[in-house]
Design a protein around this ligand. Structure first.
Ligand SMILES: *Cc1c(COP(=O)(O)O)cnc(C)c1O
Ligand code: SF4
Length: 317
């Protein structure tokens, strides 16, 4: 099933007839892309729908601010070999692909040189060599883009290689696909996850409780049944999930599907995303309200990623 890739079609599907020039202009740099099942979870007629806001290009993307940069995390500096980020102790992150099933307007990778950073263009063996030679790396994170956009045969081939590196004890996947395209979670993917010799951790990416419908709950529960630990990370986004009630309902919906909240990220300051930013003081006040309403295990950690800090920088608690 093809994703929606045109602003006009998206607005038509939602019965919205406003159109501003930014919708088409910014669509050229970082084109709209959203799976049809995700569109079906948006409210028709509502231009401020929290799911729609995450994907619709708008004129505010034109707003420039000197702190909002094309590559805010200087990722290019932390790559010992192309595609492999080794910034944090014990963990390395492999960007397997630049492709995503959805294009999130706040994404810090929206200006990222994927083609150059993609180890699958013949360079995977260099990344594997680095991992094998660094026995202090016990956890490998498969990321992207979204690693589950790769075909199963490719994923199977990569993990066959990883199984030979004995010091890798944890395999982590960072993926938004079980949320935005739950039909990706099919029998072959579940079998593959269940067969891995390492502990498997899957960090999904869900920002709003409306993203979780029954098809998503089914997919997430099936994933937990493979033995994988399921966690969620969200990005704090103005006009999407910056109210305590929304974050409380998100944690509760995740728990019902077998997923625990992990991180709530302050936005990476990428060019084009100023309109999504929530101030640190507002974010901390929000966390106080969320904490007052939920058991501790349903409260995510509020963090910001800093280019030179060897981990996510904690903002709350
Ligand atoms: C976020 C990230 C990790 C994982 O950090 P955790 O705090 O373990 O979730 C690892 N490597 C890089 C480069 C990262 O950006
Ligand atoms: S990397 Fe994640 S946040 Fe960025 S566009 Fe892909 S799914 Fe969205």
């Amino acid at each position: 099933m093809q994703a929606v890739g045109s602003v006009d079609e998206l607005l038509r599907l939602l019965h919205i007839d406003v159109a501003e020039p930014g919708m088409r202009h910014f669509n050229r740099d970082f084109p709209l892309r959203v799976p049809r099942g995700f569109v079906a979870r948006m409210e028709a007629g509502n231009i401020n729908d929290p799911l729609l806001r995450q994907v619709l290009p708008v004129m505010q993307e034109d707003h420039r601010h000197s702190d909002f940069l094309p590559d805010p995390l200087h990722e290019a500096d932390a790559m010992p070999v192309p595609g492999l980020l080794h910034k944090y102790r014990g963990r390395a992150l492999l960007t397997l692909t630049g492709a995503c099933a959805i294009h999130c307007r706040y994404c810090f990778r929206r200006h990222f040189p994927y083609a150059a950073a993609n180890p699958l263009s013949g360079k995977l063996s260099r990344a594997l060599g680095y991992l094998a030679a660094h026995s202090e790396i016990s956890e490998l994170i498969l990321s992207g883009g979204d690693p589950l956009t790769l075909p199963d045969s490719r994923l199977e081939a990569i993990t066959r290689e990883l199984a030979g590196i004995a010091h890798l004890r944890t395999l982590r996947l960072h993926t938004r696909l079980p949320i935005v395209l739950p039909e990706r979670v099919d029998g072959r993917l579940l079998a593959w996850l269940g067969e891995q010799p390492q502990r498997v951790v899957m960090v999904v990416h869900c920002n709003h409780p409306n993203e979780i419908d029954t098809s998503v709950v089914t997919a997430l529960r099936q994933l937990t049944q493979t033995g994988a630990l399921l966690l969620n990370q969200s990005v704090l986004l103005k006009g999407v999930n910056d109210e305590a009630d929304t974050l409380v309902r998100l944690s509760e919906a995740l728990l019902a599907a077998g997923v625990l909240p992990y991180y709530l990220h302050q936005l990476d300051r990428v060019q084009g995303a100023t309109h999504f930013e929530v101030s640190d003081s507002d974010a901390r006040a929000l966390m106080d309200s969320v904490h007052a309403a939920l058991p501790g295990y349903l409260v995510p950690r509020l963090v910001r990623e800093l280019p030179d800090f060897p981990g996510k920088y904690p903002l709350w608690p």
